[in-house]
Write a protein that binds this ligand. Structure first.
Ligand code: UDP
Ligand code: MG
Length: 310
């Protein structure tokens, strides 16, 4: 019988974990013709998450628990889960039940029917999220769409069912700056969407501060495209043209002997050009920082303990 791995990253999810376990096992038990393993990753929680995961593992042999040495972030927690998973297919799902585990059946059916390697959930609506989060993610997805070489489907999170070969290829991609949904999109093969309504969090608070969202967004943009650098180049070319006109104009003025006024234009030119230079420098800095982090080639995550797997 085929094996489905279900990967659940948990950062301080003690409030919701028992319910998550109940809903996921109920959904997976309904899947006839498949066995499953349930992999919980404790991503540096400071609450009882790990104790609960250990207790679940004691009760249910299908549970595997991974305790990371500290908080690594959702993307690396999922990566750690993938590294121990053995399933023929792998479901990535959040711990907070915003993504309904009951869709597993439909995802498997679509995968079997279409022969797709990836079946991802597309959010038709998002309940219980602030207007700010909705507006910023909308803007973000539109920004990502500028990158036409590796187009990412909009309104799609990590919630998805992937085939073993996708999971295996992901393991060979060593980048520490991980944006899994983008990496999977970049891989190609056949990828199919199914639509769903995104629920509210079953309990607890969002584990993403605004800083975390911004850095995820940056990984999504910088990790897949040199577009910001190219735009910087185009902006530089445009500024060069403008400055050429200014130079010609100033020489003509000088020749005609009318050169004293001009304080405002000088201030404008200096502030404009220096701020553009700073912006371009910081874009370059982002890329250089990424090269630096990657060149260290550290392991992506550190596992403290594993239960339910030797
Ligand atoms: N998460 C994690 N590490 C983190 C932040 C989040 O493993 O540093 C997990 C979290 O426990 C949840 C999933 O990632 O299972 C999504 O987080 P959350 O629901 O807080 O994000 P949101 O849905 O608000 O974007
Ligand atoms: Mg959530």
């Amino acid at each position: 019988m085929p094996l489905v791995s279900i990967i659940v990253p948990c950062h301080n999810e003690a409030d919701v974990l028992s319910e998550t376990y109940r809903r996921i096992t109920a959904a997976a038990d309904a899947e006839v013709g498949a066995r499953y393993e349930l992999i919980f990753i404790d991503d540096g929680s400071s609450d009882d998450s790990w104790a609960m995961i250990e207790a679940l593992q004691q009760e249910d042999g299908r549970v595997v628990g991974i305790k990371l040495s500290r908080n690594h972030g959702q993307q690396l927690a999922n990566t750690a889960g993938l590294s121990v998973s053995r399933g023929d297919t792998v479901l990535l799902i959040d711990a907070d039940l915003q993504d309904p585990p009951e869709l597993l059946g439909q995802m498997r059916a679509v995968m079997a029917e279409t022969g797709a390697d990836v079946v991802y959930g597309r959010r038709l609506s998002r309940k219980g999220e602030t207007w700010f989060k909705k507006a910023s993610s909308k803007a973000f997805y539109r920004l990502l769409a500028l990158n036409r070489k590796t187009p990412f489907p909009p309104d799609v999170g990590d919630f998805r069912l992937i085939s073993r070969r996708i999971a295996d290829i992901l393991e060979t991609m060593p980048e520490e700056d991980r944006y899994l949904r983008g990496m999977i999109s970049w891989l190609g093969f056949t990828q199919v969407a199914i639509d769903y309504e995104r629920d509210e969090r079953a309990a607890g608070e969002t584990k993403y501060a605004i800083g975390g969202l911004i850095s995820l967004a940056r990984s999504g943009i910088m990790g897949f495209s040199m577009l910001p650098l190219r735009l910087a180049g185009q902006l530089a070319a445009f500024m060069l043209l403008v400055m050429l006109c200014v130079m010609i104009y100033s020489v003509v003025q000088w020749l005609s002997g009318e050169t004293v006024p001009g304080w405002t234009s000088l201030v404008l030119i200096i502030t404009l050009t220096s701020s553009i230079q700073l912006a371009i420098l910081s874009i370059m800095g982002e890329y250089i920082g990424r090269i630096y982090m990657t060149s260290k080639a550290r392991p992506l995550f550190i596992i403290d303990r594993i239960v339910g797997r030797d």
